[in-house]
Design a protein around this ligand. Structure first.
Ligand SMILES: [Zn+2]
Ligand SMILES: [Zn+2]
Length: 458
């Protein structure tokens, strides 16, 4: 068996894993690097351009896992694209939105390589996409003749509990099995129930390590953190300020909206409009429509019925009065320039009544990251367009992650009990922490930190 990590960087980066098992070839995920621009953001497809890839399997529809799928398919035009049926309902909206974002960035930032693919190209590719239920075994190389006399390996999606449609991928060959976690949450979120990885065993484990550098404070619970957020929102609205929660459109947005809906239902939060982004609204509708297919809680909670959701268009952001307690749950976790979240934040930062609440990671080199790091009263450079600003608004960070904590993943390694583990999707210090812990606890497991583009023979 051969495995190649195609992430062009050694951080969380762009997920893409090449697997050759029994002579059949599979690409798992085809992401883009969120901190890089243009072709620099792509996985190292050149490394495998001579390989005949039979199929591409997608773990979930976040950009760092699916954002370069159309580019991958230019290298492997015969490959079929396999994903969960829930991802199948999302993937085209995600990628068409990418075309729009890249086209805008071409104009605003002058990135000539953008867009990396086009709307008509996507429409042509859609016929290759196939959606499968969780826990069905699929022959992924069935469309090709058996290679070297070996029949097609199989593939099975396991619910990963991270965002709608998210999956871990089990690949079963003649003798060996590989399990790729994708992004995983073992705990229940407000909507999605935790991963169903209980009976996963494999010879080789490819594991995400996002939170390997994060220790959980003793006594921390998601419930208490949610309660802290509720109290904080209540205080801001009472002083007639606005609350901005910048967040990614798929997953976190719907989890936050569900929390707000439950609070309103319980009378703990006054009924009022919630302002969201256009893409957030599209995914919220899919969460509602597919509620019956989803392993979730509050399955009767339809967000668009329970809440008065108002889509905020960019022109509105500049004119809207920021008094009287409004709630914004807006796409753009890192507050990149030319987004509604960025422009709203730029107006709110200098006003002490306003509050900006982070519920996820923001890279230190982004406007969101710089705002998160700024102390009250500190003057800092928010972004090139907004320039220097003085932070007077309230800023808080809430840990409502959709990723497994490191101790949970370490227990999972024990359960899977692989011969070898490949560590990916994490910063250097996160992967190092896992390597040391696994070596100490499970000395028989071979721990590998696969370098970008290097072939690992197993
Ligand atoms: Zn993800
Ligand atoms: Zn990810």
């Amino acid at each position: 068996m051969r495995i190649i990590n195609l992430n062009p960087a050694t951080d969380i980066g762009a997920s893409a894993w090449f697997v050759d098992i029994d002579g059949h070839r599979l690409l798992m995920d085809a992401g883009t690097h969120p901190k890089r621009e243009g072709r620099e953001s792509l996985p190292l497809y050149n490394v495998i351009k001579k390989e005949e890839v039979d199929a591409v399997a997608i773990s979930h529809c976040h950009h760092d896992h699916v954002g370069s799928l159309p580019v991958a398919l230019r290298y492997f035009p015969k490959a079929h694209v396999l994903m969960t049926e829930l991802s199948y309902f999302l993937v085209e909206s995600v990628l068409h939105n990418s075309v729009n974002v890249m086209t805008r960035q071409r104009e605003e930032l002058g990135i000539q390589e953008y867009p990396l693919f086009t709307h008509p190209e996507l429409d042509d590719l859609a016929a290759l996409f196939q959606g499968f239920r969780y826990n069905r075994e699929v022959e992924w190389a069935a469309y090709h003749k058996t290679r070297a006399g070996f029949p097609s390996p199989t593939l099975e999606f396991y619910d990963a509990g991270h965002a709608l449609g998210s999956a871990g991928i089990m690949v079963r060959g003649r003798k060996d099995t590989v399990f790729y976690t994708g992004d995983v949450s073992f705990r229940d979120q407000t909507i999605l129930k935790g991963a169903r990885f209980e009976d996963v065993k494999a010879d080789v484990l490819i594991m995400e390590t996002t939170r390997g550098n994060r220790e959980i404070p003793p006594g921390f619970t998601r419930e208490a953190e949610t309660e802290r957020l509720t109290q904080a929102i209540g205080r801001v609205l009472k002083r007639r300020g606005c609350v901005l929660i910048p967040t990614f459109a798929l997953g976190r947005t719907q989890e936050i909206l569900a929390q707000l809906a439950l609070l309103m239902r319980a009378g703990k939060l006054k009924s009022q409009p919630i302002y969201i982004g256009g893409l957030g609204r599209v995914f919220t509708e899919i969460y509602d429509l597919q509620a019956h297919r989803t392993h979730r809680q509050h399955s009767n909670l339809q967000l668009h019925e329970a809440l008065n959701l108002v889509v905020l268009d960019s022109g509105q952001v500049q004119k809207m009065k920021l008094t009287g307690g409004r709630i914004f749950v807006i796409t753009a976790g890192m507050m990149s320039e030319h987004t509604a979240a960025h422009d709203l934040a730029a107006r709110m930062i200098g006003d002490e009544r306003q509050a900006i609440f982070f519920v996820g990671y923001a890279d230190p080199n982004t406007p969101g990251g710089r705002l998160k790091a700024a102390k009250l009263g500190e003057t800092f450079r928010f972004s090139p367009t907004a320039g220097e600003v003085t932070r007077r608004c309230e800023v808080q960070d809430f840990d409502l992650t959709a990723h497994a904590n490191r101790d949970e993943l370490l227990d999972f390694v024990g359960q899977v009990s692989p011969r070898a583990i490949l560590l990916g999707h994490g910063e250097d210090d996160a992967r190092r922490w896992f390597e040391a812990q696994i070596r100490a606890r499970h000395p028989k497991i071979t721990v590998i930190q696969p370098a970008p583009g290097k072939t690992i023979e197993l």
